[in-house]
Design a protein around this ligand. Structure first.
Ligand code: NAD
Length: 502
């Protein structure tokens, strides 16, 4: 079976209409061997506007349904996703190149966030606040926003949408989704399953969640549309800067989940065996193409030679190859541009005097596929390409002497997504997670930088954009807050002691 026919079989298994063939349309290629998976019609500006208007029209009916009833759709959708975990996971692997275990893991995240959102649908709570006036009630209530626009990156083609959609839907919003132009099939499959589930429940599916196919131009049209009330955008910092400014200029809400340049500090007391496993997964897993991938390893000078030697040994044997094959741990890079960016960064590191281990192309697949052995780059100090996010498997390693210096190095980059410390010293662990420690949205102890659970709020500071998605109280971003004062007495006392007798 070719990958193209496999994609069609997956859509059949899901009971979702297969993607049509549009000559001259958007070409979707698999990073496994560069072959064509589909040619999709690009959503034109007028079509995008019409889709968003459908979502806006659907909003009022959806908003008026009680939240626990909205949760019924999300529960049924999560069950459908669980039932179809295998084909959905394979589709993710075919489109992104991540290994099948990680493709399946991403589908599990979709199931998990649906379960979280179902519980949330009965817990959309506001506060009551002590009023300064007699016979008055002061409270806050939360209301849906309208159409939530989702822009997603290639590397989590289903989970990012689900993090947004499950919460946005139970909060009473409808959706317009602009997936990455590199992974639109995952979007059509997952969204198709959502709409099929809605129809099976007797709910009107049109306008509930619209998919817009295309590149940044389609994303720009989504951001500009007046009916989109919140733009939740996941991708590079360059994209977030453009989207953030466009939203700000029309006072539109934005939730930005952008790049990361994540570090881990390894202290002398750390369990080095655990460090090696944690670092290998965080740096080489998903071929270094997670926003939370580990890119900078700051190692105490005392343990530096032993740890780096172990890491070089492990990276030298990482099974790189077909991501659908059992035993593979590292699949291909998404495309040639990613490979070139990686080689450029390695060249810059060499120019800085860095010692580069691995990072070259592996003899897997054909000329149109970019399989690489994850690289380790030793630098005497944190500098040059170590200060930027290169979306590829490069682990920069630099030594440090004092823990305060390590924290300063951790924080000395533009991004602020994820961070970790490996230590058995309670004071170091507490300091790292305190206000004087890591300045990132995620600060872990004795675990790597990647692989967040859906129960916590996810996101980062500085050039990572400041947004929070997924668990905790991230749902509040998908609602607007109203403060209500209710007078149940028979006089009209004014606040601040003002008298205004007429
Ligand atoms: P990208 O920025 O190239 O594209 C992301 C999405 O934005 C795509 O759908 C693209 O079409 C769209 N887009 C690009 N420019 C736009 C614009 N001006 N207006 C509207 N839409 C626009 O990112 P990518 O290569 O797909 O993904 C990799 C990047 O995403 C990395 O930087 C990674 O760290 C980041 N990422 C962050 C998170 C997070 O949660 N923080 C998660 C996944 C990926």
């Amino acid at each position: 079976m070719t990958y193209t026919t496999e994609v069609r079989a997956i859509f059949d298994a899901l009971g979702v209409p297969p993607p049509g063939d549009s000559p001259g349309g958007l070409e979707v290629r698999t990073p496994l061997d560069g072959s064509l998976l589909a040619r999709l019609a690009v959503t034109g500006e007028a079509q995008a506007g019409a889709a968003i208007e459908r979502a806006a029209a659907r909003f009022t009916g959806w908003r008026d349904l009680p939240a626990p009833r909205r949760g019924e759709l999300v529960r049924a959708f999560g069950e459908e996703v669980r039932r179809h975990k295998e084909p959905l996971g394979r589709l993710i692997t075919l489109e992104t190149g991540k290994i099948l275990q990680e493709g399946l893991g991403e589908v599990q995240e979709v199931v998990d966030i649906c379960e979280f959102a179902v519980g949330l649908s009965r817990q959309l709570y506001g506060l009551t606040i002590a009023s300064e006036r007699a016979d008055h009630k002061l409270l806050e209530t939360w209301h849906p926003l309208g159409v939530v626009g989702v822009i997603s990156a290639f590397n989590f083609p289903m989970a990012v949408f689900a993090w947004n959609a499950a919460l946005a839907l139970v909060c009473g919003n409808t959706l317009a989704w602009k997936p990455s132009e590199k992974t639109p099939l995952s979007a059509l499959a997952l969204n198709g399953l959502l709409l099929r589930t809605a129809a099976a429940l007797g709910q009107e599916s049109a306008g509930l969640s619209e998919v817009l196919i295309g590149d940044r131009a389609v994303g720009e049209a989504l951001v500009a549309h007046r009916d989109v009330k919140l733009v939740s955008a996941t991708g590079s910092t360059a994209m977030g800067r453009a989207v953030g400014v466009a939203c700000a200029s029309s006072f539109k809400r934005s939730l930005l989940e952008l790049g990361g340049n994540n570090a881990a500090i390894v202290c002398p007391s750390a369990n080095l065996e655990l460090v090696v496993r944690g670092v290998a997964f965080a740096a080489a897993g998903t071929a270094g193409q997670r926003c939370t991938s580990l890119r900078r390893l700051l190692v105490h000078r005392e343990i530096y030679p032993a740890l780096v030697a172990s890491l070089v040994r492990v990276f030298g044997h990482l099974p790189v190859g077909d991501p659908l094959a059992a035993g593979t741990l590292v699949g291909p890079l998404i495309d040639r541009r990613a490979f070139e960016a990686m080689q450029r960064a390695l060249g810059e590191a060499r120019a800085e005097g860095g010692q580069v281990h691995f990072g070259a192309r592996e003899p897997v697949g054909n000329d149109a596929a970019y399989y690489v052995r994850p690289a380790i780059v030793e630098l005497a100090t944190q500098c040059g390409p170590m200060l930027q996010e290169t979306f590829a498997p490069i682990l920069y390693v630099a030594p440090y002497d004092s823990f305060d210096e390590a924290i300063a190095l951790n924080n000395a980059v533009a991004h602020g997504l994820s961070s970790a410390v490996f230590t058995h010293d309670l004071r170091e662990a507490e300091l790292f997670t305190s206000a004087r420690g890591s300045d990132c949205g995620i600060a872990n102890v004795n675990i790597g930088t990647s692989g967040a659970e859906i129960g916590g709020a996810f996101g980062g500071e500085k050039e990572t954009g400041g947004g929070r998605e997924s668990g905790s109280d991230a749902w509040k971003a998908y609602m607007r807050r109203a403060t209500n004062t209710v007078n149940f007495g028979s006089s009209l006392p004014l606040a601040q002691g003002i008298r205004f007798d007429v």
